[in-house]
Design a protein around this ligand. Structure first.
Ligand SMILES: NC(=O)c1ccc[n+]([C@@H]2O[C@H](COP(=O)([O-])OP(=O)(O)OC[C@H]3O[C@@H](n4cnc5c(N)ncnc54)[C@H](O)[C@@H]3O)[C@@H](O)[C@H]2O)c1
Ligand SMILES: [Zn+2]
Ligand SMILES: [Zn+2]
Length: 391
């Protein structure tokens, strides 16, 4: 079958790979109907992780069950399912406590497994025609038959739960104000989650105009373009003070607002990065005793980091200020299973429709071109927000 394979910095190709098979009685194999490209894939694509060539990418997967292991009891051939990007066992202490992003059984020596991702275990990605799903009873979320809400349901594999997770890590309450840094797919889903959860005011920070427009149109957010000046000052001016809560949906490849200017392209540029800038902005813009949710990704090892500290995942965080303000923060991979069934039901009932974030649905063979475009985020007036692949 065909699959998207990482070849090295800025290079993915479509390759013929072996079809997955049932390897354990708890497995199912699915025929992929939709697999999405994620901002997290871009960290690998840009050579900013320890990823080695040969990885089949794709952790945002959905499809129909085509083979069922003999110990699987709740799934049948033909079932339509979406898979959390986390691979989890269901019975380790973290899984039992609901922290399926930190399963200690699926990736020995590490807490957490995922499909098609560096350091996340041996699981092949789903940017392919088929995917093997381990511990399938636990990991597969069943969906209504047919093809309704395909784009919305595909967002349940990662970014809708992850955006939601950002607001939960910040313990957002109805009526509170929140600043969301990053208006990529995750930031947009965080702002959308904040709207659904009844935030009073939402500030969405980015520099990509098409993304800020989506935040305004679909999340009722105040767009804050950091190419117009320090985003912290802009928010404090507009809001009349600090906000209650903050979400970092950017991560370690954050561009330093002091280094960018209007007209620059929108790709990540190591020379203009400052991996601590978003966390430090949140510490400034969130009120004393406020809370910060940090779903944006940080890594312990960055081969192309802007400096030696960052290469080891060490950041210059204003911890003294955080302490002085008595703020709390929460981080980490999203435990997708903590949210995905409720979010699915909101989609079915028409209370949520995250499909607006999908800008492109294309064939698998177009993946190499789409990686390049998505990495530029917006080019020649073409907004590339979320790309879904269809084999
Ligand atoms: N915790 C999790 O489980 C989880 C899951 C999915 C994605 N992620 C991470 O979330 C982050 C966002 O993912 P995405 O798919 O939206 O990626 P993306 O790269 O498409 O979006 C990031 C956005 O941040 C903007 N940005 C850069 N510097 C900024 C700054 N200083 N202030 C505000 N915005 C800035 C960029 O312009 C871009 O629009 C990534 O780090 C990704 O790895 C984490
Ligand atoms: Zn993802
Ligand atoms: Zn587990």
């Amino acid at each position: 079958m065909n699959a998207v394979v990482y070849q090295g910095e800025y290079d993915v190709t479509i390759e013929e790979v072996n079809e997955p098979e049932i390897e354990h009685p708890n497995d199912v194999v699915i025929d992929i109907t939709t697999s999405a490209i994620c901002g997290s894939d871009l960290h690998m694509y840009e050579g900013r992780t320890a990823a080695e060539p040969g990885i089949v990418f794709g952790h945002e997967n959905m499809g129909t069950v085509s083979a069922v292991g003999e110990a699987v009891s709740t799934l049948q051939e033909g079932d339509r399912v979406v898979l959390p990007f986390n691979v989890a066992c269901g019975f380790c202490q973290n899984c039992e406590d609901g922290y399926t992003g930190f399963c200690t059984n699926v990736n020995p020596g590490f807490a957490g497994g995922a499909y098609g991702y560096v350091a996340m275990g041996p699981y092949k990605g789903g940017q392919a025609e088929k995917l093997r799903v381990p511990y399938a009873d636990f990991n597969a979320l069943k969906l209504p038959e047919g093809d309704e809400h395909e784009d919305s349901f595909a967002m349940l594999a990662d970014i809708f739960p992850t955006g939601w997770h950002g607001t939960r890590l910040a313990n957002l309450q109805p009526g509170e104000s929140v600043a969301v840094f990053g208006a990529g797919p995750v930031g947009l889903m965080a702002a959308y989650s904040a709207k659904i959860q009844g935030a009073s005011e939402i500030y969405s920070v980015d520099r990509v105009p098409s993304r800020l427009e989506l935040a305004e149109d679909h999340c009722d957010a105040h767009p804050i373009n950091f190419d117009d000046g320090d985003p912290v000052e802009q928010i404090i001016d507009e809001h009349g003070g600090e906000v209650d809560k903050g979400v970092d949906a950017v991560g370690y490849q954050a561009l330093d607002p002091a280094e960018t200017s209007k007209g620059d392209d929108y790709s990540y540029q190591p020379a203009k990065e400052n991996p601590a800038v978003v966390i430090n902005s949140l510490i400034k813009v969130v009120r004393p005793t406020g809370e910060l949710g940090i779903p944006g990704l940080y890594v312990p090892e960055d081969p192309n980091a802007p400096d030696d500290m960052a290469a080891q995942g060490r950041l210059g965080i204003d911890f003294g200020k955080l302490f002085e303000k008595g703020q709390k923060l929460g981080t980490g991979q999203c435990n997708v299973k903590a949210y995905n069934s409720e979010l699915r039901d909101m989609i079915i009932e028409g209370r949520a429709d995250p499909s607006w974030v999908v800008s492109h649905r294309v064939g698998l063979d177009e993946a190499p071109e789409m990686y390049e475009k998505f990495d530029n985020r917006e080019a020649e007036d073409e907004a590339i927000t979320k790309v879904v692949l269809e084999p």
